[in-house]
Design a protein around this ligand. Structure first.
Ligand SMILES: Cc1ncc(COP(=O)(O)O)c(C=O)c1O
Length: 360
């Protein structure tokens, strides 16, 4: 596939960051752009959130209760676990770093390509990292090969559904992995940041019910994706109470601000918003996949709100050229230059409400 025409350093490490890309391609800072690069729910935030936040502003004059008991109880009830199995975090990103901190200095494996913060968190906490690569173009997991490689590993990080491939390891495969890793003493950290965006039966997709059976399982959640609140920062960790205690020891006091913490319970109560999002995704996901395929692109089947695509072998355009063409047409997608295993050959784009991909 395509060769990267640029050294990897100018490519921003996360979605968005349009300014740097526009400057890089010599486009004016006010070039009109639709941002397809951040994997956020386009239906959010729920309409009531902004008035609700305004009413909570007086609470900014006090420190939040350090144990966040109201939010913890709401999350525990939502997942039918004990409040001691919940740690509220400043976004899923903080949960990732706390999960790595618990295993500081040990041996980690990361299933790649995946979100780069697992490797960064492992480096920050001095874990040695082995990458277990899912092969393109389907990025499916060979469970036997994975199990064979886990004997010398203390903690495995994986993401389901996975960012950026949008693939989902099914629950029976996860059970096989958890049975095996229990026997070898390997802790399993599963990032479920996009789990609420999974197809047919999202309530059955989370591994939360497995926490009762597997004390070496840690789940990481983001509430910023599904509720479209990336600027507010909200996430949590679910695990055995001993793991939560260990993670909590690394968390700065009052890490989650008052507005975010108070918002947890009302967000989780908003079933109508969740149902609307899941209905929209159920109809939009196949439609966008079909449009992208008809444009001649290779499309990895998606179980999330985003798609991993590349020009097919028949198309005479490199991935970088396609990225630039889209940018010039006002469409910002996510490059893959800093995703281990993708090497810039793929692009990722989120489903949007007005999704009309304009690839020629
Ligand atoms: C897989 C994954 N996990 C976690 C996060 C971090 O989410 P948050 O914004 O809640 O920190 C992201 C953000 O892009 C992500 O893609």
């Amino acid at each position: 596939m395509s060769q990267c025409r640029w050294p990897s350093s100018p490519w921003p490490a996360h979605g968005g960051q349009a300014e740097a890309l526009l400057a890089h391609f010599g486009l004016p800072a006010d070039h009109r752009l639709e941002d397809f690069s951040a994997n956020l729910n386009p239906l959010g935030p729920p309409a009531w959130v902004s008035d609700w936040l305004t009413k909570q502003l007086t609470g900014l004059e006090r420190y939040p209760a350090p144990d966040y008991s109201t939010a913890r109880q709401a999350i525990a009830a939502h997942h039918q676990v004990q409040p001691e199995q919940v740690l509220l975090t400043n976004g899923g990103a903080e949960a990732i770093f706390l999960a790595a901190a618990v295993h500081a200095g040990k041996r980690a494996a990361i299933i790649t390509p995946s979100f780069g913060e697992y490797a960064r968190a492992c480096r920050a906490h001095r874990l040695t990292v082995t990458e277990i690569a899912l092969p393109a173009p389907h990025f499916t997991l060979d469970i036997d090969a994975l199990l064979a490689g886990l004997n010398d590993i203390d903690v495995l990080f994986l993401c389901r559904p996975n960012n950026p491939t949008a693939t989902l390891i099914d629950i029976s495969t996860m059970e096989a992995l958890l049975d095996h890793s229990a026997a070898t003493g390997c802790h399993v950290v599963v990032d479920e940041a996009f789990i609420d965006m999974v197809g047919e039966a999202p309530q059955q997709a989370t591994l939360a019910p497995l926490l009762a059976r597997y004390s070496h399982l840690t789940l990481l959640h983001s509430m910023t994706k599904f509720y479209t609140l990336p600027g507010l920062r909200l996430g949590y960790m679910l695990a055995a109470s001993a793991t939560i205690k260990a993670a909590e020891a690394y968390q700065p006091a009052w890490s989650v601000n008052h507005l975010a913490a108070e918002l947890v319970a009302p967000l989780l109560k908003d079933d109508a918003f969740a149902r609307r999002t899941q209905r929209w995704l159920a109809s939009e996901r196949p439609r966008v996949a079909q449009v992208l395929t008809e444009l001649g692109l290779d499309v990895v089947p998606s179980q999330a709100c985003f798609f991993l695509i590349r020009p097919s072998a028949a198309q005479e355009i490199t991935t970088d050229a396609l990225f630039e063409q889209l940018l010039r047409q006002g469409i910002l997608v996510r490059h893959s230059h800093n995703f281990a295993g993708l090497n810039g050959e793929w692009l990722s784009g989120a489903a949007r409400r007005t999704c009309q991909p304009a690839v020629s």
